[in-house]
Write a protein that binds this ligand. Structure first.
Ligand SMILES: *Cc1c(COP(=O)(O)O)cnc(C)c1O
Length: 415
């Protein structure tokens, strides 16, 4: 967190980094895809390995001088396999979207049919959005959720039988129910498709046994390392041994150049943390905290898509109140709560406005928040929603003071 060395040569950047630290310390982070890494993860990400080129796989590189990078990448691979009980792990993808791109390159050809969850129903851009490579180069069939916010598996099966996709993707960026990986596998087998489970959001819950694992079922599992998993920004692909060589080639040289070995070192550190008993407690608390927040919001009379959550996130449904996700996310920022606007199922508003706000518990759980704190967070949100039209400045000040008090109860990155 110390920016002294940067400050010697670049005051502008040092000042902004200091301000960002302060922002993170003094606001309640409810963006479901964010988290706070350990200082050990940050030190690895800022380490000398940023200087190293290491194209290729450990012990089979195109550059010399890789002996330390080889061992570190091998550690990251071994830890990923152990954590998720996977046959093979490639820890080089620069991000979750890059991990998915490599799976596409290996598993399908341009023009092939791919099934994924629709973006506005909770899927991810890289699952076939028309503005993403996945939607541009492949024939996408999308499935969505019902009005309860749940995947209709019979509908997924019917679509798969009708369109015969080569690849089915399950996993989402905004889905609050348990994903039935076994059912997806049955559908994939019945229709002759390969199955990709993208656990970018729920990785920590899967690792800790708080969500069923896709591993006995999926051909490929992709994840990010920076969301619930609490590592550096990056991705991982895991797969069955029979796909290992093809997946490795699809990552490099297929879609990437040199791996980010400093980030891979940080992934190794985060994966070791994730293998600890403390991490299991964190994952359990993430779910308890999300449930406590959902209950608090509903007790205050607000609607939650699907009337609750089974994982780490939920979506506030503002349709009944005639309010927009954009306005509410903005007023939450004023009172010291960071969240993002998000579409709800069948949203009448555009993705830039939306009728929902996505709320997640991972980052505040890392900070130390417990259920009672989530109840207070729910009350602050409910009051902010109530006054969003009048923007009563006294009330806004009071709510900001309450959010700050919670932040001060759980100091972040203090030595
Ligand atoms: C966040 C996310 C990704 C992409 O991760 P990036 O690191 O932002 O590229 C992919 N899939 C899902 C389901 C996600 O939620």
């Amino acid at each position: 967190m110390n920016t002294d060395i940067i400050r010697q040569t670049d005051k502008e950047v040092a000042d902004l980094l200091d301000l960002e630290l302060k922002r993170q310390q003094t606001t309640i982070e409810l963006i479901a895809s964010e988290n706070f890494t350990s200082k050990a993860v940050m030190q690895a990400a800022g380490s000398v390995l940023t200087n190293k080129y290491a194209e290729g796989k450990p012990y089979k590189r195109f550059y010399n001088g890789c002996k330390n990078a080889d061992k570190i990448e091998e550690l990251a691979q071994q830890r990923a396999k152990k954590l998720f009980n996977a046959e093979h792990a490639n820890v080089q993808p620069h991000s979750g979207a890059q991990a998915n791109m490599a799976v596409f390159l290996y598993a399908v050809k341009p023009g092939d049919t791919v099934m994924g969850m629709d973006l506005s129903n909770g899927g991810h851009l890289s699952h076939g959005s028309p503005v993403n490579f996945s939607g541009l180069y492949f024939n996408i069939v999308s499935y969505g959720v019902d009005s309860n916010g749940e995947i209709d598996y019979e509908n997924v099966r019917e679509l798969a039988l009708k369109h015969r996709p080569k690849l089915i993707i399950c996993g989402a960026s905004n889905y609050s129910k348990i994903i039935d990986f076994k059912k997806f596998k049955e559908i994939a087998d019945e229709t002759g498709a390969l199955l990709l489970a993208d656990i970018a959001h729920i990785a920590a819950l899967v690792a800790a046994g708080e969500h069923p694992s896709p591993f006995p079922y999926a051909d490929f599992v992709t994840t990010t390392t920076h969301k619930t998993l609490r590592g550096p920004r990056g991705g991982i692909i895991m797969c069955k041994e029979k796909h290992a060589q093809g997946i490795d080639k699809a990552v490099f040289p297929g879609t990437q150049g040199g791996p980010l070995e400093h980030i891979i070192a940080a992934k190794a550190v985060a994966l070791k943390e994730a293998l600890s008993d403390e991490f299991k407690l964190y994952a359990k608390q993430v779910v308890l905290n999300a449930k406590a927040l959902a209950k608090s919001l509903m007790d205050e009379g607000l609607d939650i898509v699907g009337n609750g959550t089974d994982n780490h996130l939920m979506t506030l449904d503002l349709r009944k109140l005639n309010k927009t996700g954009k306005d509410i996310a903005n007023i939450l920022e004023v009172v010291g709560i960071t969240a993002n606007k998000n579409t709800v199922p069948n949203d009448p508003q555009s993705p830039f406005v939306t009728s929902g706000v996505r709320l997640g518990s991972p980052a505040v759980t890392t900070r130390g928040f417990k259920e009672e704190d989530m109840v207070e967070v729910g009350k602050i949100i409910a009051e902010a929603v109530k006054i969003s039209d009048t923007q009563d400045s006294e009330k806004l000040k009071e709510l900001r003071a309450r959010s700050l008090k919670l932040c001060e109860k759980y100091p972040l990155y203090k030595d």
